[in-house]
Ligand binder design. Structure first.
Ligand SMILES: *Cc1c(COP(=O)(O)O)cnc(C)c1O
Ligand SMILES: [Zn+2]
Length: 407
């Protein structure tokens, strides 16, 4: 039977050695990161979209899963792409778009890579898949694992929001709550993966999992009919940026666009390792981080993925920026009130960084810019509102709307 996938081999991003297409997390020669290569001629010859399919499987040839019986889906639709003209005008940007990931089944961008992670766990014969997460990856991996009939082991820190914790505790077959931050837990998880106990659903090194996120660029291309000038990604481990740009590069290589958009990395100031290195021209330096409301960006040590992310930003003439929690929460409110889009704090970081780069004169006002809003606001990661109730009355409504007094 013909493979659904045009994937051909793995290639090391450092020494370029090619490896057979099997479950492998590092280069045998140098330990470097691996990426999947695809038959570009096939990607060029076949239609981009298989419209009868859902989620990342609409682009099955661009994904690493060979046998369609391993596909897993929760009825995903394309996430909406909105032009935000009012807010764009306020920021001095004429062609500003939001790719809103809150519409995915578990409300975040993670659902894209969870589809390929869980389908590949099946492809390689695993009965369990797992991840270390601040909340979103955990509920997403656990949800798709359950849908596929696999075990989902998720490790989550105890500082996540009540909504995220309830969600993942509800869907996961196995939960480990830990004290500390992501960086404290991940090496133990990686050791479990190295023992073959479970399929790696994490973002540190699995090339099979990452490729699901290529669909964010493929959808944007499908919706826009072209490549934007800039694509602004929230950066945690860098997967979304790396995968998105890989898809844009392949869209160019197959003649569908002239050139990929310039990638923009958007981080919280608390975890601004890429932005720091980009500004100073230095190598990536890990950082011990504390809490940030932008939980999806809360990674102080991106390791090899971080070095690759920085390299690609430099190669592709990209940009990087970071914003404080205050700027993030302010942008979350503005986006909600100006455009009706309620996103989580991490989902507001790309737009907040875009606003800051525009203020600093680093953006052409006529550039077409797509910001990824990576999560719904309904998962509640901001301080509890402190409110005092009033005596119900018609007068309250009249005053609020500024209508004339009635007798
Ligand atoms: C995980 C996550 C990110 C960061 O994604 P990477 O691909 O790891 O860089 C961004 N936003 C949200 C909401 C996330 O959950
Ligand atoms: Zn190598």
């Amino acid at each position: 039977m013909r493979s659904e996938s045009a994937a051909t081999n793995l290639r090391c991003v450092d020494c370029q050695q090619s490896h057979a297409l099997e479950y492998r997390l590092a280069c045998q020669a140098c330990g470097g990161l691996l990426e999947i290569e695809y038959d570009l001629q096939r990607l060029k010859d076949e239609p981009l979209v298989q419209p009868h399919r859902t989620g990342v499987w609409r682009y099955a040839a661009w994904m690493p899963v060979q046998d369609g019986t391993n596909f897993v889906t929760l009825g995903e639709q394309l996430s909406p792409l909105f032009q935000i003209s009012r807010l764009g005008a306020e920021l001095g940007l004429r062609r500003l778009w939001i790719k809103f990931e809150g519409s995915n089944p578990t409300g975040t961008v993670k659902d894209r890579s969870s589809q390929t992670a869980v389908a590949c766990a099946r492809q390689f014969g695993f009965d369990a898949v797992g991840v270390v997460s601040t909340g979103n990856a955990a509920s997403s991996i656990a949800t798709y694992a359950a849908r596929a009939g696999l075990r989902g082991l998720v490790c989550c820190y105890t500082r996540s929001t009540a909504a995220k914790m309830a969600h993942l505790a509800g869907v996961a077959s196995d939960v480990i709550w830990y004290e500390g931050v992501y960086d404290d837990m991940i090496r133990h998880f990686d050791a479990a993966v190295d023992r073959g106990w479970l399929f790696d659903g994490g973002a540190t090194r699995n090339p099979f999992k990452q490729d699901g996120k290529k669909s964010i660029a493929l959808e944007t291309y499908e919706q826009l009919g072209r490549a934007p000038d800039l694509m602004v990604y929230p950066v945690g481990m860098g997967e979304t940026l790396l995968a998105g740009q890989r898809a844009w590069v392949a869209l160019a290589a197959t003649g569908r666009i002239k050139k990929p958009p310039r990638p923009v990395s958007a981080q919280s100031t608390e975890a601004n390792t890429i932005a720091e290195a980009w500004r100073t021209g230095a190598e990536l330096r890990a950082k011990t981080i504390g809490y940030t409301v932008a939980e999806g960006t809360a990674v102080g040590d991106m390791g090899a993925k971080g070095r690759l992310t920085l390299r690609r930003i430099r190669e592709q003439n990209g940009l990087a920026g970071d914003v404080s929690d205050e700027e993030t929460l302010d942008m979350q409110r503005r986006l909600a009130q100006t455009e009706g889009l309620w996103v989580g704090p991490t989902g507001a970081v790309p737009l907040a960084v875009t606003a800051r780069l525009a203020r600093e004169g680093k953006l052409d006002p006529n550039a077409e810019i797509v910001c990824i809003s990576s999560e719904t606001g309904l998962k509640g990661d901001w301080p509890q509102l402190q409110v005092r109730g009033e005596e119900p009355s018609l007068e309250l409504i009249r005053q609020s709307l500024g209508r004339p007094p009635t007798e």
